[in-house]
Write a protein that binds this ligand. Structure first.
Ligand code: AHG
Ligand code: MN
Ligand code: MN
Ligand code: MN
Length: 334
């Protein structure tokens, strides 16, 4: 079994000019994932310590859970512990965080993250995740870290990935050369390569959307949902509805089986709920690398130029033909 550590070193050796910085950075993420995984597994046992609300709201007005804050602190510390990263931005931080000790010319990267995705599922033993996205800083290494370093379009991503803490824990990442998945073996304490070069089926039979918000959806989404539910033997409709409420887990399932995930705009959330920088861009990079697609219903997600850190966007991601079909409905009914 090839471990994640061995795999990223092997991949690095395929690039003669690679410096090993990205390898080291991914190792930090791997280490933090193991710590968070351990705590999540203990959450049921010591629920008063790890479970429940932290008693504070984040910048987006969401009640933070203790594990949101814990995971944020662990990933932040792991990324600061080595020298590659000059700063991070996170769903759980009001502003971007500069690592003062790492503003040297060697610290070329910024990391954007959703440290704990699926907060509402923590206390009920349902799969949750971590999402990360890595960019090269735009400002001169050695100089001040700027907001512009974080407000880059998704096409600038150097690497992205997620950890899903599920019935088994997996780390899935891309550096722009396919999508690779590793399953954690707790008895060995290591991630083993289990899913090399994941390809998302061009067409799937799963649609994932919180239909409780139906009344607020744009007309194109309503019509697309009806399309998914209609009977048609040729296209194997009706499709199956699956929605966990943890984006990472919903995305992971749809990537492996084929499907579409939609979090559209609604009248009470004009840009939907999901965060462009911490959730949509990294999963868009993975989707495209696996042969899938991600849009806001009209535009390619990774070409959107962000204007603020906690920016939200409607999101359509998954199998290419399904995302295209949903896009046709959006265009037709807008
Ligand atoms: P987070 O826990 O990081 O705040 O993300 C929650 C997101 C995402 O994980 C999930 O898909 C979505 O919120 C669920 O939202 P609804 O409960 O509105 O369906
Ligand atoms: Mn949240
Ligand atoms: Mn999230
Ligand atoms: Mn989160």
């Amino acid at each position: 079994m090839i471990t994640l550590g061995e795999y990223i070193v092997k991949k690095q050796s395929e690039y003669p000019n690679a410096t090993g910085e990205l390898t080291s950075l991914l190792s930090s993420i791997r280490r933090a994932a193991k710590v968070v995984n351990r705590e999540i597994n203990r959450a049921g046992l010591v629920s008063d310590i790890i479970g429940g609300s932290f008693g504070r709201e984040n910048a987006q007005g969401e009640v933070q859970q203790k594990l949101d804050v814990f995971a944020n602190d662990i990933f932040k510390a792991a990324l600061e512990a080595r020298g590659e990263v000059c700063g991070i931005a996170s769903e759980e931080e009001d502003d971007f965080v500069v690592f003062d000790s790492h503003t040297s010319a060697n610290s070329k990267y910024v990391v954007l993250m959703d440290p704990l995705d699926g907060s509402s599922n923590i206390d009920v033993n349902v799969s949750i995740g971590t999402i990360f996205s890595i960019y090269r800083r735009i400002s001169e290494p050695g100089g001040p870290v700027t907001l512009e370093d974080f407000l880059q379009p998704g096409i600038n991503q150097i690497a992205a990935g997620y950890v899903v803490y599920g019935s088994s824990t997996m780390l899935v990442y891309t550096t722009g050369n396919g999508v690779h998945g590793f399953t954690y073996d707790p008895s060995l304490g290591s991630f083993g390569l289990s899913h090399e070069n994941i390809r998302i089926p061009e067409q799937g039979q799963i649609y994932s959307i919180n239909e409780g918000n139906y009344i607020k959806f744009p007309e194109g989404v309503k019509k697309y949902i009806k399309f998914c539910q209609e009977k048609d033997d040729d296209s194997k409709r009706p499709y199956t509805s699956r929605y966990i409420g943890s984006l990472v887990s919903d995305f992971h399932r749809n990537m492996l089986k084929g499907g579409i995930y939609i979090y559209p705009s609604g009248t009470s959330a004009p840009n939907g709920k999901l965060r462009l920088l911490y959730e949509c861009n990294p999963l868009a990079f993975l989707a495209e690398q696996a042969g899938g697609k991600a849009t806001d219903g009209f535009r390619r997600i990774m070409e959107i130029k962000p204007t603020e850190l906690h920016q939200r966007t409607p999101y359509f991601v998954g199998s290419i033909r399904m995302v295209d079909k949903a896009g046709e409905f959006m265009t037709q009914y807008s």
